[in-house]
Design a protein around this ligand. Sequence first.
Ligand SMILES: Cc1cc2nc3c(=O)[nH]c(=O)nc-3n(C[C@H](O)[C@H](O)[C@H](O)COP(=O)(O)O)c2cc1C
Length: 181
Amino acid sequence: MAKKIVVLTGSPRKKGNSIAMTEAFIAAAQKKGHQITRFDTAQMQINGCRACDTCFSQGKACSFDDDFNKIAPEIEAADVVVFTMPVYWYTMPAQIKAPIDKLYSLVVGQRDIAGKQCALIACCEEDDMSVLDGVLMPYQKSIALLKWTSIGEVLIPGVLAVGDIDKTDGCQQAAALADRI
Ligand SMILES: Cc1cc2nc3c(=O)[nH]c(=O)nc-3n(C[C@H](O)[C@H](O)[C@H](O)COP(=O)(O)O)c2cc1C
């Protein structure tokens, strides 16, 4: 059955390693008939959560004029949410951390978002797999709180420059995620 998939990318590199994996996933998912809505968070204006706790009180997720308000309704409607990013300083980039922080609005607003599927696609320069724990742990804890189920995590170490991902099986692993939806 065709599903609605929201993809949030976190890299500012439009042809970078995590975007290459993202696009491999999207192509595979579209081939299976799924509907993709992609947000490149590094190209959007999304500020950090101000913890004003007024989420949804003015008819929109975030009370401020913020591009997260374009993402929130799509996440609410989605069957699957896919997060893709590089590691920055042993954690996730600020660009995607901001919209992830603003998922708080869906909790504060008591929106009905439990039961979704999700996935993580991430990469880093260092060869040490534990570097990817900095994105894996917040992903796992956050989706447990949201009552979402992970269909898989593609974690690729050892890629630095644009194109390095082609020396790994990262894009094949990302494409294979589409088989689990
Ligand atoms: C600001 C910044 C911080 C980074 N921090 C780390 C890090 O802590 N550990 C690491 O292994 N790689 C780090 N990297 C390297 C990236 O994770 C790596 O180049 C990755 O392949 C970039 O993915 P992208 O092409 O999708 O942007 C950092 C890169 C930048 C620009």
